[in-house]
Design a protein around this ligand. Sequence first.
Ligand SMILES: CC(C)(COP(=O)(O)OP(=O)(O)OC[C@H]1O[C@@H](n2cnc3c(N)ncnc32)[C@H](O)[C@@H]1OP(=O)(O)O)[C@@H](O)C(=O)NCCC(=O)NCCS
Length: 439
Amino acid sequence: MSRIVSDSFINWFRATSPYVHAHRGKTFVLAFSGQAVADENFSTLIHDIALLHGLGIRLVLVHGSRPQIEERLRLRDAEMAYINGLRVTDETALTCVKEAAGSVRVEIEALFSTAASNSPMAGAQIRVTSGNFVTARPIGVREGTDYLYTGEVRRIETRAICNQLESGNLVVIPPLGYSPTGEVFNLSAADVAAAVAASINADKLILLTEGKSLKRSGKTLSHLTPAQVDMTLARRASLSAELRLLLIKAATACRKGVKRVHLVSRSIEGALLRELFTRDGAGTLVSPEPFDLIRQARIDDVGGILALIEPLEEKGMLVRRSRELLETEINHFTLIERDGTVIACAAIFPYEKDAMAEVACVAVHPDYQGKGFGDTLLQRLEQMAVQQGIETLFVLTTVSSHWFQERGFRKGEVQSLPMARRSLYNYRRNSRVLVKQLD
Ligand SMILES: CC(C)(COP(=O)(O)OP(=O)(O)OC[C@H]1O[C@@H](n2cnc3c(N)ncnc32)[C@H](O)[C@@H]1OP(=O)(O)O)[C@@H](O)C(=O)NCCC(=O)NCCS
């Protein structure tokens, strides 16, 4: 059989299918900076966007144009004034804003019109539309400074944008808006994108960032709630100005009803596709609900739990459980699911007469260890135990005694176990007995 198309490609392609189905017909607002437009690889980003469009995703693009404005200002021996971190857009700057917005739009339209037969755009046939979708007002005079033509979003023409999307068009919106007095105002692209996403009830707002992604202990932070964004901003003074600003915008957008805001670094090759078509993404998702679902296990989770624990059983870290045993014990299990896959589980077996319960089979998939999933599960089991009137938890472990000790368990004896459990203790396995009193 021909191996021109490799098995890994086929496997990879199949693995994307849940995301292809999930995203089809959904509406995403994607914001990117003027730097992205100026980048020599901008056409690659356009190709990826065209692919999303081809997969049936309804797209609104909001672009920045800062370098394009600055370049025009330089040619006029002028520069943008900033006061208290805000731009002051005077007449000259406004002329440059208009020119830059026009030129960027034409450039984007040209790229979407490419149709060379040997290019990724072959057959794409994408219609791009733009217009007066954003009504703006001046931010006005603040602390004595008149910010002139720097404005803020007043209203979005929701129906007009949705009509375009329904006609299959891709909508491009520049970072400027028009006032009922006929004036033009210079707006922040991120603000426009957030306002558009909220008004058209977009499924996702994606903000492409210029710098590195948001990391903790060297790993990209994959999910934050708006409250965690506030904490991160308060704790981490070292965050870049760009990340700080975009995190604030993301949390605000979430609080205004946008369900999912993604911060994705443009520096990662194919970041947009990775974020949308792989389980772990490439960027940081800010969303009001926890991304991973923690819940009681059901009978149809047996396969997923077995897939998680069997490798750990083979290493002797967990006691072997047959499928039949797991099926009878399934109601004792709690699990964490990410995009339909069980990534962590734990079980609790009460000994009601003794007001004790055994914590067992705590397992976190190796790819997800060290991210607090073990902690989350243990806390959930402790809450459940308290609700059931359990006073003491115990665990039998061969290799993770320190992990439990760091979470309030103390060394115990086989004699500390409930009588019914003592008789089942496996002396050959020689597990450590650890005990925790619940408050
Ligand atoms: C033990 C286990 C459940 C922890 O889950 P986790 O989600 O990785 O844990 P958390 O993210 O909540 O905590 C991570 C911390 O625990 C530490 N840790 C992980 N495994 C440990 C172990 N066996 N002993 C001591 N500390 C351990 C990590 O080093 C990390 O600490 P650090 O941040 O200071 O470096 C997981 O490693 C696992 O599945 N192990 C194999 C199965 C097992 O032994 N289960 C227990 C028997 S019931």
